[in-house]
Design a protein around this ligand. Structure first.
Ligand code: ADP
Ligand code: MG
Length: 713
């Protein structure tokens, strides 16, 4: 291959034969099955082929250029516009054959293409009745050239690839062999072969992902974890101290934690529980067990307002704070479960205490500290000293915990809240602050079980599928844009009754700038014309972290009555007084995300409402939103999302291993299940993949995970 060719390929990231084999087409054109122009409908995403009938260049009003082309195919003709691309005129001469792919739009009642994908056709291509690959490329690299080069490389090399999967797995999982799959994915003989090829390649990805994750889990489990055991009586006493009875799910989760902590291996557990299911208190009991033995714990949250919230809660739960306030309370009557819940907590030293089983609080308040970015340097220093000498037993904080040079005397429990907000590296960084500490991660992101087992396969999973009693479901309505006034009226009346409201705007465009702009504009509109007499606050992603915290704080303290926000408020903030949420552009959100947003209301005793307003009265979209009115179950909504939109909704790309998934569609639960069970079976037999026959497979797994990559969990 010539040097120039090599350089051009290099620009596409194609440096080796392997790179080329795994450079998959982004789509395929089947020229035998295309739509003729007279059958096009508005909104179609299609490819048509035809001949250029005329081509004009004209200026637009705004001084830009418009290339206006008429393409006909014998059945009809369609107008095609290219904006700001004047040189197209030279290429689109009359009589030239082109293929256009794009979305059919409408202009003045007629169908048009705007800036479609354009390809110049050769006669041979049209007549050859086959499926053509279309590769991701760059504007100045011709598809035709790339196709030819790829095809030559594939036909020469794919047959020589050695299939790393054992024959037995190919048989059991009914998979195409790898050489055939690589060839068919580039040069398909039929749609059927193409599908089988894609299936095989997707299987490989999940399979390697899973083997890596299982290996990781095994490595982790080979390590020693300190054993923390506690007496039933002590633990019961701690539970007794709580202001409420644990739900069944909380009890089960606590049992899991207790088991892990006593197992002699480092805990590596994910607690997955819907917003409001009460994960914090279980974490608090885990902390209690650790500190009971004199060791330290750390909890990391994604924002400082959340960290602060946890800090306050943990102080209450672990230090029995707020008793001073309670001293005047008639304790015996307040002790009855179920009523005046906040007041039933009581102090063990209190002379009024009669229940022997109630234990003293596991921590003193000075042993618990909060460390966030805004913590003054002097205080940080003091906290660092306290952690180093062991006088501080629990630190709650943000990234600051891993960014600062914090050294723990004896960190034995690392807790990560809202884990999807953190990268894998950050999880590892916190853990590395101790010597194989126990790790607990918590998430409210409801991932269907099959997916969770794959994605978080290195973690043991506990699902908290039960809400504390007395939680009222949030009433949800879908309103049409023209009914917006009703939403405003409802907000107005709620605020007049002393409640607070959220108004959420979607991320309108890619850039944070325009997102901020939309929110800023809406905010001033709402403040000035809709709610002139109310205090309307604004929160968006362009604010500095301190500014965000300040706004949240003012909202929490009731200074702001209506908070206009982008989705930055999504994560776990607790403002029980907020009873209405209005989501604009609701159709742009995944259901799981709407559910997360909705979880911001309905946290107090009042009946709460969530109003969803889509951008347009489009019925198909609104039907999807109707599911929100029917269920408050995050898992149901997540399953729905997975079916409809794929897993991008709740999995960031940050989870290691995901960036590698090119072919696998994580919504294909059957495929995932198949690959997962095959991986498990193989792993159970050869956990190290150390059989001679498995060497190529081992190499693939390593390749998938990136050679030399260290700790992935
Ligand atoms: P999440 O799982 O979303 O982190 P939290 O731990 O913040 O939920 O708990 C949500 C709310 O429910 C808190 O106000 C907490 O005090 C309350 N709560 C937790 N467990 C119970 C329970 N068993 N009974 C009653 N209220 C509870
Ligand atoms: Mg939480």
């Amino acid at each position: 291959m010539g040097r120039n060719h090599a350089r051009t390929l290099g620009r596409l990231g194609l440096n080796t034969i392997r790179d080329m084999l795994y450079y998959f087409p982004r789509r395929y054109d089947d020229y035998s099955r295309m739509k003729s122009i007279n059958r096009l409908n508005y909104g179609d995403q299609v490819t048509v082929i035809g001949t250029v009938q005329s081509c004009k260049l004209r200026p637009t009003k705004s001084g830009k250029s418009l290339v206006e082309v008429i393409v006909g195919d014998g059945s009809a003709a369609i107008r095609v516009n290219w904006f700001n691309n004047p040189h197209m005129v030279k290429r689109l001469r009359e009589g030239v054959q082109v293929s256009l792919s794009g979305k059919v739009e409408q202009y003045l009642g007629r169908l048009v293409f705007n800036n479609p994908n354009l390809e110049f056709l050769e006669q041979q291509q049209l007549s050859a009745n086959r499926i053509w690959p279309n590769y991701p490329s760059k504007t100045d690299i011709s598809q035709k050239w790339l196709r030819k080069l790829m095809e030559d490389a594939i036909l020469a090399w794919a047959p020589r690839v050695r299939d790393p999967l054992p024959e037995s797995i190919l048989q059991q999982a009914n998979l195409m062999d790898l050489p055939a799959a690589l060839q068919q994915v580039h040069v398909p003989d039929s749609w059927e072969d193409l599908k089988a090829a894609q299936h095989r390649l997707a299987f490989d990805e999940i399979f390697y992902l899973q083997l890596g994750v299982l290996g990781q889990k095994r490595t982790w489990q080979e390590r020693q974890g300190r054993i923390f055991t506690v007496e039933d009586e002590w633990l019961d006493g701690q539970v007794e101290r709580l202001p409420y009875t644990l739900t069944g799910a909380q009890q089960r989760t606590l049992k899991d934690l207790r088991h892990d902590l006593a197992s002699g291996r480092p805990m590596n557990r994910l607690i997955q529980g819907d917003v409001g299911s009460g994960k914090t208190v279980v974490a608090a009991l885990g902390i209690a067990i650790i500190v009971q033995h004199g060791a330290q714990a750390a909890l990391m949250a994604p924002t400082s307002i959340l960290a602060e919230q946890h800090y306050m809660n943990l102080l209450k739960l672990l230090c029995g704070q707020a008793q001073t306030v309670l001293q005047s309370v008639d304790v015996p009557s307040a002790l009855q479960q179920g009523e005046g819940q906040e007041l039933t907590r009581q102090e063990s030293e209190s002379p009024l205490t009669e229940q022997q089983s109630i234990q003293p609080p596991p921590l003193q308040s000075e042993q618990v500290r909060l460390m966030v970015g805004a913590t003054p340097e002097a205080e940080k220093q003091e906290i660092r000293a306290g952690l180093a000498d062991g006088s501080i037993k629990l630190v709650v904080g943000t990234h600051a915990l891993i960014e600062e040079p914090v050294i723990f005397k004896d960190l034995q429990l690392a807790i990560v809240d809202e884990q999807h907000r953190f990268g894998v590296e950050q999880r590892a960084a916190l853990r590395s602050k101790g010597d194989n500490p126990h790790l607990l991660v918590m998430t409210a992101t409801p991932i269907p079980r099959s997916l969770a087992l794959t994605v978080y396969g290195d973690l043991d999973l506990t699902v908290m599928d039960e809400m504390p009693p007395g939680r009222e479901a949030v009433d949800t309505y879908v309103l049409l844009p023209r009914e917006r006034e009703r939403a405003y009226t409802h907000i107005q009346s709620q605020v007049e009754q002393g409640r607070q409201a959220f108004i959420i705007y979607p991320l309108v465009e890619e850039s944070e700038n325009s997102e901020a702009k939309a929110a800023v504009e809406e905010h001033s509109l709402l403040q000035e014309t809709v709610f002139p007499h109310l205090r309307v606050g604004l929160l968006h992603g362009r604010l500095r972290p301190e500014e965000k915290d300040e706004v949240m704080r003012r909202f929490r303290d009731g200074e702001i009555q209506i908070l206009v926000s982008t989705t930055v408020i999504e994560v776990g903030v607790d403002v029980p007084n907020a009873s209405v949420m209005l989501v604009e552009g609701a159709n742009r959100f995944g259901l799981a995300q709407l559910h997360q947003l909705r979880g911001r209301v309905g946290r107090g005793v009042d009946k709460s409402t969530c109003i969803l307003i889509p951008d347009s009265p489009d019925s198909a979209e609104n039907e999807r939103l109707q599911v929100m009115t029917a269920t408050n179950d995050g898992f149901v909504l997540a399953e729905r999302d997975l079916e409809q939109r794929g897993p991008g909704e709740f999995l960031g790309t940050r989870q290691s291993g995901f960036a590698e998934l090119q072919m696998a569609n994580l919504s294909d639960v059957r495929l995932i299940e198949k690959a997962r069970s095959q991986a498990q079976t193989l792993f159970d037999q050869y956990p190290e993949l150390d059989k001679a026959e498995l060497q190529p497979l081992l190499a693939e797994v390593k390749h998938f995970w990136g050679e030399g990559q260290g700790d992935i969990s």
